[in-house]
Design a protein around this ligand. Structure first.
Ligand code: ATP
Ligand code: MG
Length: 456
């Protein structure tokens, strides 16, 4: 009761006025010249037609922090149709939230019309179910009502994500004390945390990802309900979860994000295998190295492959099953490997709805691994010609670095790649047992096609 009352007072306090603090150029330090031309142009054109228009969200937050924004969002009082009519290269996307993508060369700026009906101010369940805006768990089903500028701010997720920049006047508009939180390095959800997480459980993942990216502290009230509400993530459409996880692991702060995700218990529904992996020293070391190298690549603007990332995340699960099938079911190593790989794909991948194009890449990377141990005869010559060799080899190096494999194996392949044919012949491991010739058994009807990619 008391809590509800406090919440009510707290929630009423901020939305009441709806007046923005306007911060002039000399105080906020954003330099318009460093901004995306595309975003500036969108603002200029809409403004010229009399619309209110601001850059908003992560771009303003990152510019204020001296970071380079990943993408630009623009908010305006023009309707999606009005926006589309202004820009030749633009299209309206989305059904629930209709937003406009404006394209300039390869850059896309997302333009949204001010949205209203932010978090219900009271958190009163009856009111919510009456207007059918939320489902039984409080998840937002409808969020497509246009609103005022202030309402648009209040329906955003965190105070530091609700700062608006007007490029024309070079002012920052702050309705929710986001500037103060930004200065203090605090990520604070707007409104009542539990209500906002129930409306959209992905906000919990965003909290963890943004706190890791910005190196911010989660405000205690923002953090508190996460552990209890973590199960709501199971309600979220899998494709959205996958996109969010991809963002998280490609943020340049994957390691930190994974750790924070685990601290908050958020991995249970998304990546339950994280617990098992991180409890084994070798698994922990492998994953740490994999995420560190992903972070390094992202931060050096090098491309990263989702297939490689998910192959790394699930590798130790494959290893565990591989061992189990050999020991408990007396399977031969290669069929056991194929089985392990397929089972991990089935269970873990379904959990996250990893698209098929990535699972194909994961299989390729994994199935090369046993072949790195075959260094006699013609096999290494064939392996090195594999178009995906580089990915498989990078993966092998991670295995060596984590202590799972002898470093010598990685070094051998490093040399083999650049050696001449003659040198390669000399490098072949003479005393390696030649592959056993096996009588071909008839395949059972449900046999999986060459799952390991290893010819034996
Ligand atoms: P980054 O782009 O650095 O990953 P971001 O904060 O810009 O972070 P986006 O996904 O680009 O994240 O979203 C842009 C803005 O839209 C956010 O800053 C926030 O204001 C709003 N937003 C995004 N997702 C949500 C959400 N689930 N609930 C409420 N507001 C959201
Ligand atoms: Mg963004």
């Amino acid at each position: 009761m008391i809590q509800k009352l406090i919440r009510r007072i707290f929630n009423k306090k901020k939305p009441a006025g709806g007046k923005a603090a306007i911060i002039p150029s000399r105080k906020h330090g954003i330099n318009r010249d460093h901004m995306s031309h595309c975003a500036l142009n969108v603002c200029k054109e809409l403004r010229a037609r009399g619309f209110a228009v601001f850059v908003v969200g992560g771009a303003v937050r990152d510019l204020l922090l001296g970071k380079e924004p990943k993408d630009y969002d623009v908010a305006t009082d023009a309707t999606p149709e009005q926006v589309r009519d202004v820009f030749r290269r633009s299209r309206i996307i989305g059904r629930r939230f209709r937003i406009v993508h404006v394209m300039c060369g390869r850059e896309i700026v997302e333009v949204t019309t001010f949205r209203g009906q932010a978090a219900p101010a009271t958190g009163d369940d009856e009111e919510e179910s009456e207007d059918q805006r939320t489902n039984d768990h409080g998840r937002l089903l409808r969020d497509n009502v246009f609103g005022s500028h202030f309402e648009d701010a209040a329906r955003r997720d965190f105070t530091v994500n609700a700062l608006y920049y007007d490029p024309d006047k070079q002012e920052v508009w702050d309705y929710l004390e986001g500037m103060q939180d930004l200065k203090q390095g605090v990520l604070r959800i707007i409104g009542d945390a539990e209500t906002r997480y129930r409306e959209d459980p992905v906000r919990m993942l965003r909290a963890v990802r943004l706190a890791a990216k910005l190196n911010f502290k989660l405000d205690p009230a923002t953090k508190k309900p996460i552990r209890a509400l973590e199960g709501l993530l199971r309600d979220v459409p899998k494709s959205r979860l996958f996109d969010e996880m991809l963002k998280l692991f490609h943020s340049g702060h994957a390691l930190e994000s994974a750790q924070r995700m685990r601290e908050e218990g958020l991995h249970h529904g998304v990546l339950p295998l994280l617990d098992v992996i991180l409890e084994q020293p070798m698994g922990k070391r492998f994953l740490t190295l994999a995420l560190q190298s992903t972070d390094e690549r992202v931060n050096a603007d090098k491309p990263v492959s989702p297939a490689f990332l998910f192959a790394s995340l699930m590798w130790h699960e494959v290893l565990t099953l591989w061992k189990k099938y050999q020991e408990e079911q007396d399977m031969r190593p290669l069929p056991a490997f194929g089985e392990a790989m397929e089972d991990v794909i089935q269970t873990q991948v379904d959990n996250l709805a990893i698209p098929r194009r990535y699972t194909a890449g994961m299989r390729e990377i994994w199935s090369m691994q046993p072949r790195f141990l075959q260094r006699a005869g013609s096999r290494p010559f064939r392996l090195v010609e594999n178009p995906k060799f580089r990915a498989g080899f990078d993966f092998l190096l991670l295995r060596c670095a984590s202590g799972e494999l002898d470093k010598e194996v990685g070094q051998w392949w490093e040399r083999f790649q650049v050696a001449s044919d003659r040198e390669r012949e000399q490098m072949l491991v003479k005393d390696e047992a030649p592959p056993r010739k096996r009588r071909r058994r008839k395949k059972p009807a449900n046999a999986r096609p060459a799952a390991t990619g290893v010819e034996d």
